[in-house]
Design a binder for this molecule. Structure first.
Ligand code: NDP
Length: 283
């Protein structure tokens, strides 16, 4: 068997077109959805991510503000900026690019963002909403992974979904979203004994570990849907996922490539959350 390759780029484009229609409808009522992205410091990878987020907003005709603060910005100044954006009616979504410099407590930053503008879905109130099945803002990467499953026609209800990784930004929210869609969910971590026993039983396997190519074809159930969230840079400069694509695609029913799978969906869902925030504020 050779897996169906899930084309994240093309699905991202399709989803963006759907959200552009909703953004245009708001603009016709005089409301332009606005996103503010704050970056503190000079991390080059973060700068690229932020530039891509701002570009995606422009593509959909959204208003965006890119706020760069020096690496030695005091925490109070960052919190002050967030408070200002919380009050700004042009801004519907606020995102602080993580990681922030070590002298700033990221939990205080995330808690300072108004839950109504928390388009990353990291505020404890929005995390609680996800846990209790009343999702408001879904964290963008797992939200994008769920969209890939939906658009690829992968059935979720009643299936065994195994999520490898339990981070707050990917693994845990992914598991909760799958549970919400009535999958039977197992979460595996670095402490799991006999990982392959679990992954081989997965109808849907989501891998978010940051360990290059750690899931190989022999660890996958034939016909499974494999979502590879990992983005790793190899010594030769090439990108790879947490799944060994070449062996996995011989066994899986569906698989996301890296790059070109989950990656393009993350920013797309950020834009979607921003439009959604503007829709809610317009009500
Ligand atoms: P974290 O480092 O925060 O979490 C990694 C998780 O993987 C931990 O829960 C860890 O377990 C688990 N893990 C590590 N090694 C193993 C192992 N051998 N077996 C089982 N579980 C293991 O990573 P993130 O969740 O932030 O990111 C994961 C990957 O996804 C990275 O490659 C990252 O670059 C990528 N990513 C991609 C995004 C995108 O837009 N496509 C966005 C965000 C992340 P434990 O808790 O026990 O330590």
């Amino acid at each position: 068997m050779t897996a169906h390759i899930i084309d994240g780029k093309s699905i991202a484009q399709q989803v963006r077109t759907e959200w552009k229609i909703r953004a245009d409808a708001l603009k016709a009522r005089g409301i332009t959805p606005g996103l503010a992205v704050i970056i503190v410091g000079e991390d080059p990878a973060s700068r690229v991510y932020v530039a891509n987020k701002v570009k995606a907003c422009a593509e959909l005709g959204l208003h965006s503000e890119h706020i760069v603060m020096p690496a030695d910005t005091p925490e109070a100044a960052l919190l002050g900026k967030i408070a200002e954006l919380n009050r700004d009616p042009k801004i519907h979504g606020i995102l602080v690019q993580l990681p922030v410099p070590k002298h700033i407590a990221s939990n205080r930053v995330l808690e300072a963002i108004s839950p109504d503008k928390d388009v990353d879905g990291f505020h404890p109130e929005n995390v609680g909403a996800l846990v209790t099945g009343n999702m408001r803002f879904a964290p963008c990467t797992p939200f994008g992974a769920m969209k890939l499953l939906e658009k690829s026609g992968v059935a979720i209800e009643g299936k065994h979904a195994v999520v490898v990784g339990r981070s707050n930004i990917v693994g845990k929210p992914m598991a909760l979203m799958l549970l919400q869609q009535n999958a039977t969910v197992t979460i595996c971590t670095s402490k799991t004994v006999d990982l392959a026993k679990f992954t081989r039983d997965a109808d849907i396997l989501v891998v978010a570990t940051g360990r290059p190519k750690m899931i190989t074809g022999d660890m996958i159930k034939p016909g499974a849907a494999v979502i590879d969230v990992g983005i790793n840079r190899l010594p030769d400069g090439k990108l790879c996922g947490d799944v060994d694509f070449d062996s996995a695609k011989q066994v899986a029913g569906w698989i996301t490539p890296v790059p070109g799978g989950v990656g393009p969906m993350t920013i797309t869902m950020l834009v979607a959350n921003t439009v959604q925030a503007a829709e809610r504020s317009a009500k």
